[in-house]
Design a protein around this ligand. Structure first.
Ligand SMILES: [Fe+2]
Length: 183
């Protein structure tokens, strides 16, 4: 990480940590959009790029980021009054599943080297992730800051740090995303 960059893992605010992770996720989807344009324009399928994306989707987005939200943030919001079956957390959990669905469609298109299907699945993935991140940033996180008590936020932050250590987040700090951007 360059020394001038904001080190969001040192923040004492778990919402800042999640916002930082969203910035990384948005950088990745920007790269996916650029790669899709190359795929369509040059008809070249760069396997390594897409494998990196699948790795990122599984290890960072799925196991780290979604885990923090689904296992820690959403339950804290539900304890603070949101309805688990019909409120914003239910919608966002469903969007996490849909994100995984499009990640799997990308993998399937890659296996069959179907460029048209890969580009279409990648476009759906990018649109969904951008919309989802915007919704969390603009609606859920302000709600979390309003509803969750300070000691609950502090506890959540400690859990985040444990999780980060368990899941070897240091890898992602050195490599905010690992996409192969050579072309
Ligand atoms: Fe998120």
């Amino acid at each position: 990480m360059d020394s001038g960059a904001l080190d969001w893992t040192r923040s004492a605010d778990p919402i800042d940590v999640l916002l930082g992770e969203h910035r990384t996720i948005l950088q990745v989807v920007d790269e996916v959009e650029r790669e899709s344009r190359r795929l369509e324009a040059a008809a070249v399928l760069r396997e390594a790029f897409w494998q990196d994306l699948l790795h990122f989707a599984d290890e960072f987005d799925g196991k780290l980021h979604h885990h923090k939200e689904e296992q820690l943030l959403f339950p804290a919001l539900e304890r603070a009054g949101l309805q688990p079956d019909s409120g914003p957390t239910a919608v966002l959990r469903d969007e996490h599943l849909r994100t995984h669905f499009w990640r799997t469609r990308i993998e399937q298109a890659l296996q069959t080297r179907d460029r048209a299907r890969l580009a279409a699945s990648a476009a759906s993935y990018v649109d969904l992730v951008r919309m989802h991140v915007l919704k969390e940033n603009q609606i859920l996180f302000p709600l979390a800051r309003k509803l969750i008590a300070a000691d609950d936020l502090e506890r959540m932050h400690r859990e985040f740090r444990l999780l980060a250590a368990d899941q070897r987040t240091h890898y992602w700090l050195k490599h905010p995303y690992a996409l192969d951007d050579a072309c």
